[in-house]
Design a protein around this ligand. Sequence first.
Ligand SMILES: NC(=O)c1ccc[n+]([C@@H]2O[C@H](COP(=O)([O-])OP(=O)(O)OC[C@H]3O[C@@H](n4cnc5c(N)ncnc54)[C@H](OP(=O)(O)O)[C@@H]3O)[C@@H](O)[C@H]2O)c1
Length: 268
Amino acid sequence: MKTDTTFKLGDFEINRIGFGTMRVSTGAGIWGDTLNKENAIKVIRTAIENGVNFIDTADAYGPYTSELLVEEAVRPFKDQVMVATKGGAVKYKPGAILSNGHPYYLRTAIEGSLKRLQSEIIGLYFLHRVDPNIPIEESVGALSQFQKEGKIKHIGISNVTLEQLEKAQTVAKIEAVQNAFSFKDRRYEAVVNKTTKDCIPFIAHTPVAKNSWDDNALVKAQKENISTNQLSLSWLLNYAPNVISIPGTSSEKHLMENLASYAIRIEF
Ligand SMILES: NC(=O)c1ccc[n+]([C@@H]2O[C@H](COP(=O)([O-])OP(=O)(O)OC[C@H]3O[C@@H](n4cnc5c(N)ncnc54)[C@H](OP(=O)(O)O)[C@@H]3O)[C@@H](O)[C@H]2O)c1
């Protein structure tokens, strides 16, 4: 069994285990500064030095502290890494977030992200959530306008249903989708399958945190001498060639364990 280790987004070849910075770059409740900035920067740089070239953040993480930290961590590697960020969600207190997909709001959001990331263009920009009060076509229409203005290279959408993805595709070229997806959480299987068919990256968020495995799989993991987190990442690598996972960690040991999942050969 051979697993492809990369998938293309435009002309950029993404290594299929990326890095999610939501927890490592913020405080409790994804609020404020991380308590250990030095460690966060070190882990992100170690990830890049070990082949990670896709880093995920959002203006809502902190808010803002994550993007600022990511910019600093990635600065020496700017040309070799794709930084994906998101707008359209407002973090207003620890652990709480609201959607705002109004085009005027999205414009202020993207201008802020460009400044914090110290970039003229964002490689991949996601609509973080669909605002129940704004048709997705309007929010994505705004992203399409920003793309025309040269502020976004690729447009993505996050936390969407199949129906929302199809609506978004009527107003812009959607080049990536980011939803929760794991062995245990297959709510969005139809969305994953659609992205596979359309040949666009599906970014699986929360790939290890909420996983628990059935006995059968646990026996397999034990037999192969791998951890359940590795089992989770290996399952995603095997699921479809366009699935990219973004496990986050504050530990170099966990990081290396996650990256070792590329080498796992297991039949699911
Ligand atoms: N689009 C969205 O709405 C959305 C929502 C949620 C998340 N995300 C993105 O997805 C990324 C990942 O999501 P997540 O942080 O919720 O979940 P996750 O990456 O599945 O899990 C992170 C947690 O698992 C632990 N962990 C990671 N690798 C481990 C290992 N090998 N062994 C033991 N523990 C391990 C980490 O703790 P340690 O620090 O101790 O390793 C951390 O607490 C986020 O950073 C963010 O970029 C996006």
